[in-house]
Structures are given as C-alpha cells and as structure tokens.
Design a binder for this molecule. Sequence first.
Ligand SMILES: *Cc1c(COP(=O)(O)O)cnc(C)c1O
Length: 388
Amino acid sequence: MQTADRLKKIPPYLFMELRQKIAKARAEGIDVISLAIGDPVEPTPQPIIDELSKEAYHPANHRYPTDEEKGMLAFREAVAEWYRTRYAVSLDPKIEVLGLIGSKEGCHHFVLAVVNPGDVVLMTDPGYPAYQASIWMAGGEPYRVPIRAEHGFLPVFDDVPSEIARKATAIFLNYPNNPTGAVANPQFFARLVEFARSYDIAVCYDNPYSEIVFEGERPLSFLAAEGAKGVGVELNSLSKPFNMTGWRIGMAMGNADLISAISKVKENTDSGIFNAIQYAGIVALRKCQDNISKMLEIYGNRRKRVVDTFNQLGWDYRPPKGTFYLWLPTPKGMGALELTTLLFEKAHVVVAAGTAYGQYGEGYVRISLTVPDDRLDEALRRIRATLS
Ligand SMILES: *Cc1c(COP(=O)(O)O)cnc(C)c1O
C-alpha cells in the first residue's frame, strides 16, 4: 500500500523513538529515569476534574461542539479575560479567539491556513520539531534561522537573507523557548512586528510556556506589542500551566482574518473541543491560578538542584529563565549524542540530544524538570557518579 510522499521527509517523532528505547531497557529490568520528555507528572487540579465530571453528565454536552464555530463562546470569553488580566491584551472573543485541541494542533492548522506549496516558512534552529513537520506536510519549505547563546537564543532578523525573507510567508516563534529555555522581551517583539510587516510575513507565536518563568521574569504575550494583531496570531495552551497535556485544549488569538482562516481549516477537519472539556478549561482559567504558583515553586526547586549539581561538577551554568527545560552545554570536546549515550548507558538516565532540535542544537542536551522529586534526585546522584 502507498503512503504519501509528504511523510517521507519527516523523521520519526523524537519521543516515539525514545519511548521505544526506554521500553526496551525497562523490559530488560533496567531502572531507567527519563528526563527527556516535557509532560507534567503532577495531576490536573481537582476543581478542573470536578467540572469535567459534572459536565460529562449533561446530554447537551454529548453532541458535536460545533454550535458556535470558533468554540464555545463562554470558553473564548474566559480566554479573553485571562489575556486581559495576565498580559494586558484586549481581545474580542467573538472574532479574535479560537478554541484549539492544543497548541500543537493550532500550529499545524495555522500552516494549512496560511502556506501555499513551495512557500518558505521561517523557524529557529534549534526549534520545536513539530513546526518543521507541519511545514513539510503543507508543502512548504522550512528555513531555519540559527539561534545562539550569545544573542540570548533569539533570532537576529538582520541575518536572514533578504531574498529568503521576501519569499517567506510565515514564521514560527516560541519564547519562553522549547528547547533552550530562553525568554523574549518587549524590544524583541517590536522588532518582530517590524520585520513581519516589512516582508508581509504572518507570525505564529507559539506561547504555551508563557507562565513558566523564573527569577523575576514577567509572563509576556507577543500580542501586547503594538501592531502585533496586524501581523499574526499567538497560540497558547492549558497543557503546561494547568497540568492538562492529556486533555487537549488550547487557543489561538489575534489577527481576525488569520483566526477565521484557521477556523475554516478546523471546521473541515475536527469538530471542536468536547464541551465538557471547554467548561473544565473555563474553571482552569478562572479559578486555578494558584496551580501556576505551586508548579513554579516545584520547578524552581528542581531547577536549582540540577543547576547546583552541574556546577559542582565544574560547569559554569547559568540557564535562561523560562520553561521547565534546562538546555545544558556539553563538556568541551563532547558531542550531544555522545553525552546522551554516556548518560543512558552508564547512568540509565535519558536526556534529549540537542541535535534532535536542529543542527545548532549540537553541543547541548535538554533536561526536563517534569519528573517526581525523588526520581530527579536519583538521576542526579547517578549523573554525579558518572561524570565526576
Ligand atoms: C508542549 C508544546 C506544545 C504542545 O502543546 P499542546 O497544547 O499540548 O498541544 C506546543 N509547542 C511547544 C513549543 C511545546 O513545547
């Protein structure tokens, strides 16, 4: 049987391969600790679960959620209210907000809504692998803009060749950044708006870690920048701030024409988010802010333990201030894959090789803080024994 050519360019999803490797070692009786995957282990807050349980009993919620095409208006209103209070961004919930089955889905549907076959789409290197896969699936050509430590892992727009910028129709950006942990700032947003405007490039600002920032960093939205709504959309998600990765609920906000184009793709693809989950999402946004502070404290403690461990081993490591990942430089002369393999074989600890995020990820590994405290401590103990 034939499978489509569009799938041939896409390497196996990084974490599928890792899962197989881990499963194999575990089947051999090895106690593997994975620090590779970013997926909170603490449960979803109780009020959200209670709301889902309650709403699941209402037959009205068992039907297609399509009565209002952009998702339930009540959910979109809660999103607009959250953006107003958290980021001082005003949104019209009727035309500038769209419910999503997660931000990953939104990225894919954004490309289908914006990109013609052959179009160039900009993204960073290193960058989130799903952007590249979506660009390829839509027939677009990814152009990877390097991001480097010396520029705070932010792209330098002046380094994008102007013939590439002219051909580009869209750009993906994501700060607080997976995988580097870097954060953006208002000056960068202003420059991004200017760049997007001068080359007529649609911005997809993927912001699922907006709330996961440390050491006095403020949560930021790209949409707070002047002119942002004129050039793009921001995606966000309840997955990371409310420990809801399995629930599949997120949102797109911003430019009304883009929102309506993405909505058109969605109407012909999925039929929206289960109503009971949208009600649960409203409870998350309105009543569960305390979960965010609780998780920031947990991640902050784990972050400190990892940083201290590596600094005791002789690293001089001062990580950027966002996300629940640490983007750790490998020792001099050691490649990303080499360190990953060493830690897997000697310590039975899995970290993600930086090269899985692009060629400029060489020289780094990514460590995720979404593991229980005792497992993290055990992993750090083994890492210390392996590397000292
Ligand atoms: C986790 C993650 C997502 C996926 O979020 P969902 O809302 O669960 O689909 C999207 N983008 C980036 C950069 C992520 O790290």
